[in-house]
Design a binder for this molecule. Structure first.
Ligand code: GDP
Ligand code: MG
Length: 297
């Protein structure tokens, strides 16, 4: 199903009603330059939110801090309108000293909480715009070893403020065995450092098929993904999104090749509401009570 994102299939009928009016979803992407963030976003939402950027001339002045860039697009599917915002964080991890790389990102997330709180405090609360970050895709370099200090530091600083979804970038550069082992080590590191990544719930009261689908998604975390916006022809003549190599072809949308499909299912279908909900009732609420406490309210 190329060209199809899937958010119009959000399962819960109760939500469908409010969703028909249009809804907002904000994804942040974080990770070192060149890990395929822009490519993956384009692949996920099947739009060119990002055009290939021109390389800076060698003498051009490079920014010295992480910058925060936000791009929005309205996409519509089966009559369901989604206001999608992608928050990019170019510069993260790119400097000689990256000790404070997480800071501007925390500040951005908190200023979005602030803006929401400000709207909630107004007399007229009819048209609240929700620009809070609902999910943060954290791109892990495909080293095959374990998490790096910068990964751990970022996740530790952010995990109480945003739904963290770890991703192994450019998974086509690792073998299946390497991916399996890398995933185990990443999860062990995350547990060791008591980092809370987004816990996708599997509900007991769902039908078996739904539960199996949920379990399947959860079992893939951290998702090993491959992004590509070019179409290639398979030996059997299909046109697919993928990356061609002398030794073969990696298909983005083929679940035997990578976890891209599962990541997309999680983000835009199975858990989109859950991500919004958890942001609102837990992450934001926690931030809000701390903020009000610190103001003596
Ligand atoms: P960003 O700096 O993180 O936004 O990375 P880009 O999306 O600009 O991609 C950097 C380079 O990596 C480009 O040449 C992409 O074509 C390539 N790339 C993106 N995704 C993948 C992937 O999944 N696998 C491989 N091998 N290369 C990728
Ligand atoms: Mg980019």
């Amino acid at each position: 199903l190329m060209g199809y994102v899937g958010f119009a299939n959000l399962p819960n009928q109760v939500h469908r009603k409010s969703i028909r009016k249009g809804f907002q979803f904000t994804v942040m992407v974080v990770g070192e330059s060149g890990l395929g963030k822009s490519t993956l976003i384009n692949t996920l939402f099947n739009t060119t939110l990002y055009s290939p950027k021109e390389a800076l001339p060698p003498h051009a002045e490079r920014p010295q801090t992480v910058s925060i860039q936000s791009i929005s697009a309205d996409i519509e599917e089966n009559g369901v309108r989604l206001r999608l915002t992608v928050v990019d964080t170019p510069g993260f991890g790119d400097f000689v000293n990256n000790d404070d790389s997480w800071k501007p990102i925390v500040e951005d997330i908190e200023s979005r909480f602030d803006a929401y709180l400000e709207q909630e405090s107004r007399v007229n609360r009819q048209k609240i715009v929700d620009n809070r970050v609902h999910a943060c895709l954290y791109f892990i370099q495909p080293t095959g070893h374990s998490l790096k200090q910068i990964d751990i530091e970022f996740m530790r600083r952010l995990h109480q403020k945003v739904n963290l979804i770890p991703i192994i970038a450019k998974a086509d550069t690792l073998t299946d065995e390497e991916i399996t082992e890398f995933k185990q080590r990443i999860l062990a590191d995350i547990a060791h450092h008591k980092i809370n990544i987004f816990q996708a719930p599997v509900y007991e009261n769902e039908d078996e098929e739904t539960m199996a689908e949920h379990e399947e998604i959860v079992s893939k975390i951290p998702f090993a993904v491959v992004g590509s916006n070019s179409e290639v022809k398979t030996p059997d003549g299909r046109i697919v999104r993928g990356r061609a190599y002398p030794w073969g072809l990696i298909e983005v949308d083929n679940e035997d090749h990578c976890d891209f499909v599962k990541l997309r299912q999680m983000l835009v279908r199975t858990y989109m509401e859950e991500l919004r909900e958890h942001t609102n009732t837990y992450l934001y609420e926690q931030w809000r009570s701390e903020k009000l406490l610190s103001m003596g309210i």
